[in-house]
Write a protein that binds this ligand. Structure first.
Ligand code: ATP
Length: 358
């Protein structure tokens, strides 16, 4: 029987609670199907590790997880450690060298959940946002000089390479092609940003020729926010830069009912390095240790992980179990207006997995 090695990195805050729930659920689905095994290795990297060792992960950390089949990640963020240290020291220290250039964020309103967006009925909001995850505005290029003096200068340079844009565009067209509506929206800001964003538009035109069966359109990012609110059903697959998609996907997550629901995949599509799966939310210290964190975002990330491993049947079973549980308001955590606890939601999903007809 095939054994997959999964690296679990809970990180900080509610990361520990949701990742332990997530690994339990993944093990349950593997056991129920009995077609593959999961070996889950846990790594205690993050804020606590930083307090002891002065770094978020060991120097050879990436080597330790280099040969795993996938990574399940909780969150990076610690109250008294600056955000840029926690982010660049752990999450980005994995994403960037592992060239996880495609960040994929599905959004749907799951059964039983009320979207804050009016008139979004069943299936009317079914999007996948593809975020360029390796360059652009978060390339890390820039600097500060004359700090503290009136002459201080700070720059963040958005870097776009032709090869970087081509590969994310090709990935997005391919993904759109695999979905029933075959519809892609390319988001830029090519009216105001007249160099790199114009290159995005040109490359979109070029790559589109390879996908004659995909219908596509272009939107400016500001107009896209309006369209997401006013005409959600007109959207299917979306591709945008690192910064633009970061913002659009948080808005999308809010439409799905809670930040606690939305999942993310950081993919290295060529599979040269392991890909990483994580809930979109952060460490949420305000609810840490209370046992009320919504684990659905982590479970849904587990679905994306199983799909990436090629275990489609297991992924389908887990998604079905999640949807049956969200449909029942008794299993809504406080962020969804309910009073369920993390372990009750986890137990309910495991129960659904066990009961499923395989
Ligand atoms: P970070 O700085 O790591 O991004 P944060 O606390 O600023 O963390 P998030 O963790 O993304 O930001 O969440 C913002 C708020 O949303 C939290 O304070 C919490 O109340 C709520 N929240 C986030 N995730 C969950 C979850 N899984 N379950 C319940 N509530 C959540």
């Amino acid at each position: 029987m095939k054994t997959y090695r999964i690296a679990a990195i809970p990180g900080d805050g509610i990361g520990a609670e949701v990742i332990s729930a997530g690994t339990e659920v993944l093990k349950a689905v593997a056991k129920r199907l009995d077609q593959f095994e999961l070996r889950i290795d846990e790594f205690d990297w993050g804020g606590e590790y930083y307090k002891i060792h002065g770094r978020m992960m060991p120097e050879d950390g990436r080597e330790q997880i280099r040969n795993h089949d996938a990574i399940l990640f909780g969150s990076a963020g610690y109250p008294d450690i600056p955000d840029h240290i926690t982010l660049w020291g752990l999450r980005l220290a994995i994403c960037q060298p592992f060239d996880q250039y495609a960040n994929v964020r599905p959004t749907r309103v799951l059964p039983g959940i009320t979207s804050p967006l009016r008139n979004v009925n069943d299936g009317e909001l079914d999007w996948v946002i593809v975020r360029e995850n390796s360059e652009g505005e978060y390339a890390g290029v820039g600097g500060r000089v004359h700090q503290g003096s009136p002459l201080e200068v700070a720059t963040d340079v958005a870097m776009f390479t032709r090869s970087g844009v081509e590969r994310i565009m090709r990935f997005a067209f391919k993904l759109a092609q695999s979905r029933p509506r075959r519809l892609l929206t390319v988001v830029t800001k090519s009216n105001a940003q007249r160099h790199a964003m114009v290159m995005w538009d040109e490359i979109a035109n070029e790559i589109a020729q390879e996908f004659p069966d995909v219908t596509w359109d272009k939107m400016l990012v500001d107009a896209m926010t309006t369209r997401m609110v006013m005409k959600p059903a007109s959207i299917d697959t979306v591709v945008a830069t690192n910064l633009h998609a970061d913002i659009l996907s948080d808005l999308a997550a809010a439409f799905s009912g809670s930040l606690g629901i939305a999942p993310t995949a950081n993919l290295n599509p060529e599979r040269k390095f392991p890909s990483m799966f994580e809930p979109i939310h952060g460490s949420a210290f305000d609810i840490m240790g209370k046992g009320i964190a919504n684990p659905i975002g982590t479970f849904w990330s587990g679905v994306l992980l199983l799909e990436h491993l090629g275990e489609q049947q297991a992924a389908g079973r887990l998604m079905d179990a999640i949807e049956r549980v969200t449909a029942d308001p008794r299993y809504h955590t406080p962020d969804l207006g309910g009073s369920a606890r993390t372990d009750e939601v986890t137990a309910a999903v495991i129960e659904e997995i066990r009961g499923a007809n395989v």
